[in-house]
Design a protein around this ligand. Structure first.
Ligand code: DLL
Length: 433
């Protein structure tokens, strides 16, 4: 269950001493190798010598996605390309992608971080795992790939898409572990059911991640595929997958704290929040050479629990992100997280785990339409207007109770909403059109 037990269970005091040493190293490294950071640190009056405790990290200026974009493509790299052995990029919705580079040492650390998280939920050298994240510039597939290989698992790099073949191989190879987004896992389950082969699939473990998934949605995926589903968090700018992940207890995602220093800040003011409070996650990498990050603003909203975990790991645990601060919808002045809506919807057995949120503006007022799909067990409802209206009314009522705002609930027929093979895109904000 452990890949590097000594590190994963290190007493906190010792761990924090290691973090401090590595934080100083990172600051010095950035000063010496990256003119962008050298200028910023100098302006802020920060030097490695001035960092005496971990909380001194607060004197370092934040780094944002815009900083990576402004220095496109390699301006934040800490090594010449000769020493960069891999490049990944995250596809931005607008303009150029965010580019990241890895040295050999970075790849080695990345493999360790991922291997730890896979071992923590029971993956081992006996595991046969299908990787259904898209291979390519996205960090998800190759990140899990090398981590699982390090663990000695049998890795089947199917990539995303081609779902019928994916399902055929699952049966033929007796694949026991699936790596994908939770939404693609749900789709694979539905497709296998439709093909009449769900019983021939023997998946046990789902190593999911890369997108938000409420506990209610996760329960749906577990029911559909018959797996034990676990959550993994990461982002390209920091490494990819491997930043944090659940252990078998599933009481938060253990942050690989020997490689990452985490803080929680108030996203509006930038003020550091006391331990345990919810806010925006800010991460400083502690070992990266290719593209180190000083106080990177992730935009993900979460909280961190520093209590020891019953699994024996001393690494702090972050809560499932409530969402990204930039995904938060402001509807008529009220903050709404899509995850709140998902939690409400998934409590209705009559509906399938597929929904879409459409935001529009008319007469200077925002309107939120929640489109939800009927499940395949409730097709008979289509013929019963009164029953449909009653269901719609209950969903509307529960949404209003949780969100505090009016929504328009639209029930749509089974299999009419889009399915996703990567990260699900459930929000359609038409307000600026
Ligand atoms: O999604 C890295 C990854 C790949 C993580 C595979 C886990 C598994 P990006 O494409 O750069 O990297 O997207 C990063 O995705 O800031 C979060 O908003 C979101 N995200 C990632 N994992 C989770 C998760 C990869 N477990 C962005 N729960 C992050 C919720 C997640 N959101």
């Amino acid at each position: 269950m452990f890949f590097q037990k000594e590190m994963e269970t290190m007493p906190r005091e010792k761990l924090e001493a290691l973090q401090l040493e590595r934080l100083k190293w990172t600051v010095q490294y950035c000063m010496d190798h990256i003119p962008f950071y050298a200028a910023r640190l100098e302006k802020a009056g920060v030097t490695a010598e001035k960092i005496k405790t971990l909380s001194d990290v607060q004197y370092i200026p934040y780094t944002t996605k815009a900083d990576i974009r402004d220095t496109y493509p390699f301006g934040l790299f800490g090594k010449p390309l000769k020493e960069i052995v891999r490049i990944h990029a995250s596809s931005g919705t607008t303009g150029k992608p965010t580019v990241v580079g890895y040295t050999k040492r970075d790849l080695d650390n990345w493999g360790d971080c991922v291997a730890r998280l896979c071992a923590a939920v029971g993956a081992s050298d006996e595991t046969i795992v299908q990787i259904a994240f898209g291979y390519g510039l996205f960090t998800g597939a190759l990140g899990l790939h090398y981590g699982l290989e390090k663990l000695g698992a049998t890795v089947v790099p199917t990539s995303s898409g081609n779902t019928e073949k994916q399902i055929m191989l699952m049966q033929d190879f007796q694949t026991d572990t699936l790596v994908s987004t939770p939404s693609y896992a749900q789709y694979i389950g539905e497709k296998a059911k439709e093909m009449g082969v769900l019983e021939n699939i023997h998946l046990k473990l789902g190593l999911f991640g890369s997108e938000g998934c409420t506990p209610e949605m996760r329960a749906q995926v577990e029911k559909t595929l018959g797996v034990f589903a676990t959550d993994n968090y990461g982002m390209s700018e920091l490494m990819g997958p491997g930043v944090s992940g659940e252990c078998i207890r599933r009481e938060g995602m253990h942050i690989n704290e020997d490689h990452f220093l985490a803080e929680i800040i108030n996203p509006a003011t930038g003020e550091v929040l006391p331990r345990g409070e919810q806010g925006e996650l800010v991460i400083t990498t502690l070992t990266k050479e290719g593209i180190p990050m000083l106080r990177y603003r992730t935009k993900d909203i979460t909280s961190i629990n520093y209590e020891p975990c019953a699994c024996g790991r001393t690494f702090a645990r972050m809560a499932k992100p409530a969402g990204r601060s930039d995904d938060m919808l402001k509807i008529r002045g009220v903050n709404v997280f899509p995850s709140q809506i998902e939690s409400v919807l998934m409590k209705f057995p009559e509906i399938a785990p597929h929904y879409q949120l459409v935001v529009t503006r008319a007469n200077f007022s925002d309107a939120l339409e929640v489109k939800v799909e009927l499940s395949d067990d409730t097709l008979h409802l289509i013929e019963n207007y009164a029953a449909l209206e009653e269901l719609r009314g209950r969903i509307h009522h529960d949404l209003k109770t949780v969100l505090g705002i009016e929504t328009k609930v639209s029930l749509v027929e089974h299999k009419t909403l889009e399915r996703f093979q990567g990260k699900a895109q459930r929000i359609l904000d038409l307000r600026n059109q």
